[in-house]
Structure formats: structure tokens, C-alpha cells
Design a protein around this ligand. Structure first.
Ligand code: DGJ
Length: 744
């Protein structure tokens, strides 16, 4: 039984595989937090965890007259409100008809639900059977407002995750205005943590930031209309003595693709409040009588096995209970994309030459990127008009896709549906479909504007025109791009008092459109993209199983990007391609081997003009593809372990270990060659201690225990040859991947 309830004392204990989450209803009727962390045995009564100050608090405010102890400023809470004595970041604020913003949501009842209810119109983790998880819904009521606030908590028996969301229903007769409504808030009794999060920019996404918590509010957010490459909707509290493999780590991730806030407030008692949800900045929501507002879902993970332990919980959950559809478990194809090969400059002949040659070398899917539709010879034009350019492709998409497919190659296509160019028939016919504030100058991004997806007519147009494209040939894959962020946010169709709903309504509109399309085309493999990783979040993964990780294809930069991304997202969600050198983003020249060794740890492909490769390179590519195919199931479904961090030194190492620990891939990358470098060791985690493993390439045999404790000593001993530090991986940007298998 994962949820224990003491009805009399109003205490709730959610127990996952190795996690406990305990809260109670406080004297004032509000939910108060007691504990989140490593599993503890259930006790019938957790009253001993209630904390009130021994001494009356000076300069504080108190709930009850005559009492100088019950102070909301002091108490740990579950879903705090502002205005009644808690001065930390609130979870909710509602403006009322009388102008007041004070609320008191008091406990009314609870309900236990088997499994996990879906969230209306929003992506969310799901269950496949009701026995996997249980959901506790706590109903709170504000009598004056006649509003009902439901806090939902889901716990999986076999996972270390707690999922939270909140829903507010207006049961009164007057309208309410939500100014702020977060998905979760949790109070920790201490502040001895590093705050870890993923920060970056275009072509530098999800680099790891880690800073010691200190007093005040440390917050990340997005105001860009996408979850953004600047800040991923993720943060973790890592106990100061924890590392990749050991110690307490708490991870938080929002299943949402738009503006968000996430932060930690350390107060004057050195307690830490973690909060996460839709960004309250430039947001409000009018709630009419009878209506309800649903927040996105927050995923909370506890790990006592360091950051890798946290990542494994996220990875397993997302891989199996967030990603949906036939491609969730199916092996993903090796693809070739023509973007970096041709940009906008191609015709049918060129495309077929790339596709046929790639097919000969073992590639399984050709992806036609930007530039295939009428007039699209550069990025100033044509978005919105999804009709093929017959000058470039005289036989249209239908003819091209059939030709590409004639030797068994699959065909995929790029689209950027959320956008509109001013130079387009769509803009001529529907200038009012552009997202923006009326009668104001509109900023552009990449010469383009955003379609107002809050509008049903826009969504219907997109559904129809995309359905036509997706049915115009044997289309097996779609890359869904989105290349600018929002400015001058407003919608022509919304009344003035609802303008602050625009950004969230846009995301709800996007989700509705995606749901319709993925349901109508269940066999297509969708990959989402937003100038690379500008919208790499769990919300998008609910509709599209993989995301183009970054527009940066440089193998060395990718080490950081993929390492950082792996904190939360599994390899099965990360698009990773080998491109040509000098690299188009950094100008760096790296060996083909290293480009492969990096892209190997992702959903793999090439993004170069294969017809320009030398015969020797083609031979190498052929072997790479064979190796990837042999190992793709391991890469897609195994456990990923980060071993050496590119953020901390000149080396990077990581490994993928099969779930049954029968095989693994270990990769080691050395960025710059160093004179007289000495020896190095990499401790390998995740293998079975008692099993003897054999390195395929070298014949070296070591047990899992040895590999973990003694470590892999570099340079390695190669079957009879001992390398010196000078000869092992000589030169810059070198790397090696070892395959090891259990000795039977
Ligand atoms: C941005 C994407 O990230 C690239 O891969 C490519 O598809 C371009 N857009 C095309 O415009």
C-alpha cells in the first residue's frame, strides 16, 4: 500500500520504492509539510514531526489570538498562500470581486484514486495499469470564495517519484482572477544543498550550473513563450556532500513547454522552499463561475544515489510513462538530414544523390529539412504555405518520397507549423492570425512571426494543411521545428481582461493541435525541435518521443550539451548527428571517430553531404552504422551513467549498461592532448559486481566490482600491447568507445 492515511489525525504518508513523502492538515486547515526523502517505515502517528517554536517568536504574526506559537512564517507548508503570515514565495494568489487577494483554503476531504487520472488538455505522466500507482487528491475549500482547490499527489509503487498538480474550481457566482498558481511547493527543514540547474543559450544548451544555496530567492524562469534553452524547467537540490553516485539529491521538473518559474527560497531560519509552475509574470487567468483551472504537472524525484540515481528515475519514468505511441519502445532508425549538407540550396537530384548514397552505407531514413516549400530559398519567406516548391522538386513531395523510398529508405520531412512569414499567401489572407499586440510594432525573429495558436481557426488550418503534407507520400518521420520566441505577447481574439492568458493559451492550443496530429498519424516518428533545444522539455516529449538536442553538432560542445541534458532526459529522447568538419557552429575539426563516438549516445544520424566524403570516410561510416545498429537497443533502453564531467576537466566519460547488466558501452573522450599526461583511471558504475566482463576490442577481462573500485586504468592494456600515455589517443579531440560483455 503506497499511501497511508490517518484520518483522525489527518496525516498522509506516500511511500514509493525508496521514498517517503509525509504531510498533514494543520490546525488552521491548511496542509502542512512534514517530510520528503528516503523511505521511512510507516508509523500510525507522525505527530512527533510537528514543529512549533519553543519560545514565542519575536516580531512574527500568529494565526490565533492569545497564542504565540502557531505562525505560518515558521511552519513548513504544502501549498502556501500570501497574506496570512507566510512571507515566503506563495503557491497561489487569487484576486476577488471585492479586490482582496487573501485566501484561506481549508481541508475538506480526501479521495484516493487507483492509478493516475489524466490532466485535462495537458501532457502528463500516465500509468498502463491501475496497480502501478495511486493518487491522493486533497480537497481544500475557501468558503468565502466558494472555490475548491484540489492538490493531487501520485506515487508509483516501484519508482522514486512523486507527481503533483493543482486544480482550482470556481463554485461561486462571481468571477475570480488567478494571479499565480504553481504546480508544487515543498519546504525543506535545511539549506545545505547545491542548487543544480541547466542553463545555456542557442547552440550552448543545458550546461550544468551548480551553486551553493544561500539566503534569498534563487530562481530560474522563462518569459520567452518556450521552456527555453536559457533555463530548462528543471532544478535539483544536491546535498553538499553528494556527487554523481552517492548522497541525497532531489530533482524537480515541470511537464510544460511555455513560460515557467522554478526556484528556491532560503529564509531567515535556513529552511528552503522549492517552487515550480507556470511563470506568474505576465500571467493571469479569469475563472468564470463553474470553470476550473488546471496547473501543469510537476515531477519530483528523490535519490540517495547521487545525481545518476536521480537521472535514472527521470529516465525510466519518461521513457516508459511519458513518451507514448508505437515509437516509445521501437528501435529508432539511423537517419540522414540534409540541413547542414545543403541548407536551402538543393533540388531533387541533389537530394536523391545524398539519400541513395546514404542508403548504400546503411542509413535507414532520409530527412528533408527546411526549404522544400514554394519560394523558400532563404529564411525570409513562405512559412505558413505548406505546398511543395515544384522548381526544386518537380515531382513534389509525393514523387520525391517515392523515389527516396524505392530502395527501402524511409522518408521524413521538416515543418515549422507555428510560424508565418509576411511573404506568404497565408499572411496575405490572414494578417490577423499573427500573435501580437494590436497596433504595436511587432519584433521579428529569423524574419518570421508566430501564428496565434490560441485560435481554433488557426489550429484547424494547421491540422488540415499538415495532414495534407503528412499524407502526401510515404512519410515515416516529421521534424517539428519552432525557430523564434514570443514578443509583444497578445491575441487579437482575446478580450482585454484575458490578454495575460495568451502565452498559456498558446501552449494549450499547441498541445491540442499536437494531440490531434499524433492521433491522426500514429505511425509517424515525430522529433521536436526549436532552433535545436529551445523547447526540450517533458511536455513536448509527451507528443514527440525525441527532440533535436541542439543545433550545435560539434562533437566537443555536444559532450557538455548531452551530458547536461542527460541529467533529466534519457538518451532515447536526444537527437544526435555526425556532421562535417570544420564544424559549422564552432569551426573546429574533430576526427570522424570522435564525432561518431559522441553522436552514438543519442538517437543517431548524420547531417552532412555524404557524396562529398572520401571512400575511406564512407567505409568508416559504414562500420559506424553497423556498430550503432548492433547496440541501439542497449543505447535506447539501457541505464546511462555519467562518469567524468566535461564541466570539470579535460576528460569526459560515460557508460550505458544494459538493464540486465549483461553488456555495456563505455566511452572516454579526451579534449586536448597533453604532453606527459600520466595515467588516468575511470571508475565504472552500474555493472554487476560479481560478473566477469570481457572488453570486445582488447580482450581485457575484469569483474564489475573491479571496474567500479579499481577502475579502468588508462591507457589500457591491449591484448599484448601496452600503450604509453603518449601513444594512447594521441592528438586533440580523441576518444574511444569500448563494448564489454559478460563472460558466459
Ligand atoms: C533550426 C533547426 O534546429 C535546424 O536543424 C534546421 O532544421 C533549421 N532550423 C531549418 O530552418
Amino acid at each position: 500500500m503506497p499511501i497511508f492515511i490517518n484520518e483522525e489525525k489527518k496525516q498522509f504518508h506516500l511511500q514509493g520504492k525508496n521514498t517517503s513523502y509525509i504531510f498533514r492538515i494543520m490546525e488552521n486547515g491548511q496542509p502542512g509539510h512534514l517530510y520528503f526523502g528516503k523511505k521511512v517505515a510507516h508509523r500510525a502517528d507522525f505527530s512527533y514531526l510537528f514543529q512549533l517554536p519553543n519560545e514565542p517568536l519575536g516580531n512574527a504574526t500568529f494565526t490565533y489570538e492569545g497564542d504565540q506559537h502557531f505562525s505560518l512564517e515558521f511552519l513548513k507548508q504544502e501549498y502556501p498562500v500570501y497574506g496570512t503570515g507566510d512571507f515566503r514565495e506563495p503557491a497561489i494568489q487569487v484576486s476577488q470581486p471585492d479586490g482582496s487577494r487573501v485566501t484561506l483554503f481549508k481541508y475538506d476531504s480526501f479521495q484516493l484514486v487507483k492509478g493516475k487520472p489524466a490532466l485535462d488538455g495537458l501532457p502528463a505522466v500516465y500509468t498502463e495499469s491501475d496497480d502501478e500507482a495511486e493518487t491522493l487528491e486533497i480537497k481544500l475549500v475557501d468558503q468565502k470564495l466558494k472555490a475548491e482547490l484540489t492538490l493531487s499527489y501520485t506515487v508509483f509503487h516501484e519508482r522514486n517519484v512523486i507527481l503533483r498538480n493543482a486544480k482550482l474550481k470556481n463554485n461561486g457566482t462571481e468571477e475570480l482572477k488567478i494571479n499565480r498558481m504553481l504546480s508544487m511547493s515543498v519546504d525543506f527543514p535545511d539549506a545545505d544543498y547545491d542548487l543544480v540547474h541547466l542553463s545555456g543559450a542557442w547552440i550552448r544548451e543545458r550546461n550544468i550550473e551548480s551553486n551553493r544555496l544561500h539566503k534569498g530567492i534563487q530562481q530560474i524562469d522563462s518569459k520567452r513563450g518556450t521552456s527555453s534553452s536559457q533555463n530548462n524547467p528543471f532544478l535539483a537540490l544536491k546535498a553538499v556532500n553528494a556527487d554523481e553516485h552517492t548522497g541525497d539529491v532531489y530533482g524537480f521538473n515541470l511537464v510544460y513547454s511555455g513560460n515557467f518559474t522554478a526556484g528556491v527560497q532560503v529564509d531567515h531560519y535556513d529552511t528552503s522552499r522549492v517552487f515550480m509552475g507556470i511563470n506568474p509574470f505576465d500571467f493571469s487567468w479569469k475563472l468564470e463561475p463553474g470553470e476550473a483551472f488546471q496547473t501543469p504537472e510537476a515531477v519530483m524525484v528523490y535519490s540517495d544515489a547521487g545525481l545518476n540515481g536521480m537521472s535514472h528515475s527521470f529516465h525510466d519514468l519518461y521513457q516508459n510513462r511519458l513518451v507514448r505511441g508505437v515509437w516509445r519502445d521501437k528501435e529508432r532508425p539511423v537517419l540522414i538530414n540534409n540541413w547542414e549538407a545543403t541548407y536551402f540550396d538543393f533540388n531533387e537530384e541533389k537530394i536523391l544523390s545524398i539519400s541513395d548514397e546514404a542508403n548504400r552505407l546503411g542509413v535507414e531514413l532520409f530527412v528533408l529539412d527546411d526549404g522544400w516549400f514554394e519560394g523558400r530559398n532563404n529564411d525570409t519567406t513562405s512559412l505558413g504555405d505548406w505546398t511543395p516548391d515544384l522548381n526544386k522538386l518537380p515531382n513534389g513531395i509525393e514523387g520525391l518520397s517515392e523515389k527516396v523510398s524505392r530502395n527501402g529508405m524511409k522518408f521524413g520531412i521538416w515543418v515549422e507549423p507555428e510560424m508565418i512569414s509576411k511573404k506568404s499567401a497565408l499572411y496575405e489572407n490572414h494578417p490577423e492570425w499573427v500573435l501580437g499586440v494590436q497596433d504595436r510594432h511587432l519584433s521579428h525573429g529569423r524574419n518570421q512571426f508566430i501564428l496565434d495558436l490560441t485560435r481554433q481557426d488557426v489550429r484547424d488550418y494547421l491540422f488540415d494543411s499538415l495532414s495534407k503534407v503528412f499524407s502526401s507520400g510515404p512519410i515515416a518521420y516529421v521534424k517539428w521545428d519552432m525557430n523564434r520566441v514570443m514578443t509583444e505577447i497578445g491575441s487579437a481574439q482575446l478580450p482585454p481582461e484575458r490578454q495575460e492568458e495568451t502565452a498559456h493559451r498558446y501552449i494549450l492550443g499547441l498541445y491540442e493541435l499536437l494531440e490531434r496530429l499524433v492521433s491522426a498519424f500514429p505511425d509517424i516518428l515525430f522529433e521536436s525541435c526549436a532552433s535545436g533545444g529551445n523547447r526540450f522539455d517533458p511536455g513536448m516529449l509527451f507528443y514527440m518521443p525525441q527532440t533535436w538536442t541542439s543545433d550545435n553538432t560539434d562533437a566537443i560542445e555536444r559532450l557538455k550539451i548531452q551530458y547536461g541534458t542527460s541529467l533529466v532526459y534519457p538518451l532515447s529522447t536526444m537527437g544526435a548527428h555526425v556532421s562535417s568538419v570544420p564544424n559549422h557552429q564552432t569551426g573546429r575539426t574533430t576526427p570522424l571517430e570522435t564525432r561518431f563516438n559522441t553522436a552514438l549516445f543519442g538517437m543517431f544520424g548524420y547531417e552532412l553531404d555524404v557524396t562529398k566524403m572520401t571512400d575511406a570516410e564512407k567505409e568508416e561510416m559504414k562500420k559506424q552504422i553497423v556498430f550503432y545498429k548492433e547496440n541501439r537497443s542497449l543505447i535506447q533502453k539501457g541505464d546511462f551513467y555519467r562518469l567524468l564531467s566535461p564541466f570539470e576537466g579535460n576528460d569526459t566519460s560515460w557508460a550505458v549498461v544494459a538493464k540486465d547488466q549483461s553488456e555495456a558501452l563505455i566511452a572516454y573522450y579526451r579534449i586536448l592532448a597533453k604532453p606527459n599526461p600520466g595515467l588516468k583511471r575511470v571508475k565504472v558504475f552500474g555493472l554487476d559486481p560479481a560478473t566477469l566482463y570481457r572488453f570486445n576490442e582488447t580482450g581485457l577481462e575484469m569483474t564489475g566490482e573491479e571496474l567500479n573500485n579499481i577502475g579502468l586504468l588508462l591507457p589500457p592494456f591491449y591484448n599484448g600491447t601496452v600503450h604509453t600515455p603518449q601513444t594512447f589517443l594521441a592528438g586533440d579531440f580523441r576518444s574511444v568507445v569500448w563494448k564489454l560483455e559478460a563472460v558466459k
